[in-house]
Ligand binder design. Structure first.
Ligand code: PLP
Length: 367
C-alpha cells in the first residue's frame, strides 16, 4: 500500500544541515554546527539539580513558570527597553517551538510569510507545514535585508520574519532598517516575527529589538545560544495578549509545558551572574576575527560578519564540496534558501585551534 502523507510535510526537504553532519568522517573539523561549544554555566546546572532534588518535576502552568516569565519580563525591560507583562509570554521548547506555534496560530491556507533568503532553515519549512506560503525576501550585497524589496512584498502578506543578528549571514540590521520594516508592516497589516536568539553576540554594533517600534511584533528568543543551553530546550515568545491567547492553545495541545527542570534552570540563567555570556561573546569575537582574517588572506572577499557565530562566504559549490571532502564540515548556501547557491556557511562555534586547522586545509586547496 502506498502511504499518503500530508502534502505540506512530504513536500519539504529534510534539513540540509543534517545531511552534511551525517556525511562527516572521523578527523573532520566541524564548522557546520550552530551550537555553542561552551558548557552551560555551573550556577544554571546547579539550579536544575536543585529542582530535581526538590521534586519540581511535574507539569508547570502551560505558559511557563510564573517566576521565569517574571525574570524574562524584567530582562525585556532592562536589556531591550520593552514592556512585556509576564502574561504576554509563553515559555516554549526552544525558539523552534515558538516559531512553530506562531505559524500554526497565525496562518490560514495560502497566507504569505516573508522570509529572509538566505535565512534560517526553519522559517519557510514551518510556514509550509502550517499551510502558509513562504516568500523569499532578498538580501543586499552586504547580506542585510533589502528593505525596499521587503516593503514591496508586504502588500497582502500575513507575516514577515526579521532575524538580527542573522543566521546564516552574521549580519546585524540597523535601527533604521528595523524601524522602517516594522512601520511599513503596521501600515500593511503584517505581523513581524523578530527572531533575536543571537542578540548577545554582536561585535561592534548595537542590538535593536523590533518590538520597540510597534505592537505588531512577536519577539522570539531562547536560552539556547545566550547561555550555551541548546539541549535544554527553553525558548519563549512575547506578543500582544490577543496573539498569546491563540498561540497558547497550540502550545497547550502539542507541548503542555516546557520541561520543568530546564525552566528552573532558566530562572537562574536570567537572574544569576551574566559574566559567562560576556566571556563567550568575547571569545566569539576573537574567533570571528581569526576566521574572517584567515579567509580573507586566502583570497575570499566578503563583509566582516557583525554578529552570531557564522561567516557566510561567497564560494563556488565545487570548492565547497572539496572543502567538505578535505574534512572541513561547512554548510552550502543552498541549505538556507534559493538565493545563495554560491555561498557557504562557516560556523565559528568551535575552538580557535579547529579554526586554524580548517584554514590550513582550505589553504592547501586554494593555493
Ligand atoms: N532561530 C535561529 C536564527 C537559529 O539559528 C536557531 C538555531 O540554530 C533557532 C532559532 C532555534 O533555536 P532553539 O535551539 O532555541 O530552538
Amino acid at each position: 500500500m502506498t502511504m499518503k502523507f500530508s502534502e505540506r510535510v512530504a513536500g519539504i526537504e529534510i534539513s540540509g544541515i543534517r545531511k552534511i553532519f551525517e556525511a562527516a568522517g572521523p578527523g573532520s573539523i566541524n564548522l557546520g554546527l550552530g551550537q555553542p561549544d561552551f558548557d552551560t554555566p555551573q550556577h544554571i546546572k546547579d539550579a536544575a539539580i536543585k529542582a530535581i532534588q526538590d521534586g519540581k518535576t511535574g507539569y508547570t502552568t502551560n505558559n511557563g513558570l510564573p517566576e521565569l516569565r517574571t525574570a524574562i519580563s524584567k530582562k525585556f525591560k532592562n536589556e531591550n527597553g520593552i514592556k512585556y507583562h509576564p502574561d504576554q509570554l509563553i515559555v516554549t521548547a526552544g525558539a523552534s517551538e515558538a516559531l512553530h506555534i506562531v505559524m500554526q496560530a497565525m496562518l490560514n491556507p495560502g497566507d504569505r510569510v516573508l522570509c529572509p533568503d538566505p535565512g534560517f532553515v526553519s522559517y519557510s519549512s514551518l510556514a509550509t507545514i502550517a499551510g502558509g506560503k513562504p516568500v523569499s525576501v532578498p538580501l543586499t550585497k552586504t547580506l542585510h535585508i533589502d528593505v525596499e524589496a521587503a516593503k514591496k512584498l508586504m502588500a497582502g502578506a500575513k507575516l514577515m520574519v526579521i532575524n538580527s543578528p542573522g543566521n546564516p549571514t552574521g549580519a546585524v540590521e540597523s535601527e533604521e532598517s528595523i524601524r522602517a520594516l516594522v512601520e511599513c508592516a503596521a501600515d500593511k497589516g503584517v505581523t513581524i516575527i523578530s527572531d533575536e536568539v543571537y542578540e548577545h553576540f554582536i561585535y561592534g554594533k548595537k542590538h535593536v529589538s523590533a518590538a520597540q517600534f510597534g505592537d505588531n511584533v512577536i519577539t522570539i528568543n531562547a536560552t539556547s545560544k545566550t547561555y550555551a543551553m541548546t539541549g535544554w530546550r527553553i525558548g519563549y515568545l512575547a506578543a500582544s495578549p490577543e496573539i498569546i491567547g491563540q498561540c497558547l492553545k497550540v502550545h497547550q495541545y502539542c507541548q503542555a509545558c516546557a520541561t520543568s527542570i530546564a525552566q528552573y534552570a532558566a530562572v537562574a540563567a536570567y537572574e544569576g551572574d551574566q559574566s559567562a555570556v560576556k566571556v563567550m561573546r568575547d571569545e566569539y569575537e576573537a574567533r570571528r576575527d581569526l576566521i574572517w582574517g584567515g579567509l580573507k588572506s586566502l583570497g575570499f572577499d566578503f563583509p566582516k560578519p557583525e554578529g552570531a557565530f557564522y561567516t557566510f562566504v561567497p564560494m563556488k559549490p565545487a570548492l565547497t564540496e572539496k572543502i567538505i571532502e578535505a574534512g572541513v564540515i561547512v554548510v552550502p548556501g543552498t541549505a538556507f534558501g534559493a538565493n545563495a547557491p554560491e555561498y557557504t556557511r562557516f560556523s565559528y562555534a568551535t575552538s580557535r585551534q579547529n579554526i586554524m586547522t580548517a584554514l590550513e586545509r582550505i589553504g592547501n586547496l586554494v593555493k
